[in-house]
Design a protein around this ligand. Structure first.
Ligand code: MN
Length: 183
């Protein structure tokens, strides 16, 4: 149950930071009411909300999903790869490698349905994304311009700026890997 794990993990990270709900709301731009609902498992965040939370706490996204962390041996990390599809109309993101401070990155497979767009606010300074298209044709928005990437094409960009992903096909989904590096 991903929903449970996010609430539990958010609470843990907030307590470790020593932040009240008000302070967390201020830092993340997500309302106090919404943060409370997520912590109590009354509400599932969208990926965009989860990103806002992660950025506000200056933490990698996958740290907000419990049960994947460094206590796992290296061999079984892959077996635990799982989807955190948070809401019905949200993009689908699967964690392949959760963040591990030894390696400094997290890796996802992301799927966009036909005509689906996902816009992201800037992540922290020093965050880089590496995109590799697995299937379909992806467009990535950088500095207000959409760049087209075909299957097996790659792009690395500095993610401390607003960016976005979209699938302009009316029939074919897009799948891509996203490796997010934290300096
Ligand atoms: Mn991003």
């Amino acid at each position: 149950m991903i929903k449970y794990e996010i609430g539990h993990q958010l609470k843990k990270i907030r307590n470790t930071a020593g932040w009240s709900l008000s302070k967390a709301a201020e830092e993340t731009g997500v309302s106090k009411a919404m943060l409370g609902q997520i912590e109590r498992n009354e509400s599932s965040p969208t990926i965009s909300t989860l990103w806002k939370i992660a950025t506000g706490f200056h933490k990698p996204l996958s740290l907000f999903v419990d049960g994947l962390l460094v206590e796992d041996s290296d061999e079984n990390v892959q077996k635990k790869a799982k989807e955190f599809n948070t809401q019905k109309h949200d993009l689908k993101a699967k964690i392949l490698f959760p963040f591990d401070p030894r390696f400094g990155f997290e890796m996802f497979t992301i799927k966009l349905e036909p005509l689906q767009t996902h816009l992201s606010e800037a992540h922290d300074k020093g965050v880089f994304e590496h995109v590799l298209v697995i299937s379909g044709e992806l467009e990535v928005k950088l500095k207000g311009e959409w760049k087209k990437l075909s299957k097996r094409e790659v792009l690395r960009f500095s993610a401390d700026q607003p960016h976005g992903y979209r699938n302009m096909s009316e029939s074919i989904p897009v799948e891509f890997h996203n490796i997010i590096f934290y300096s």
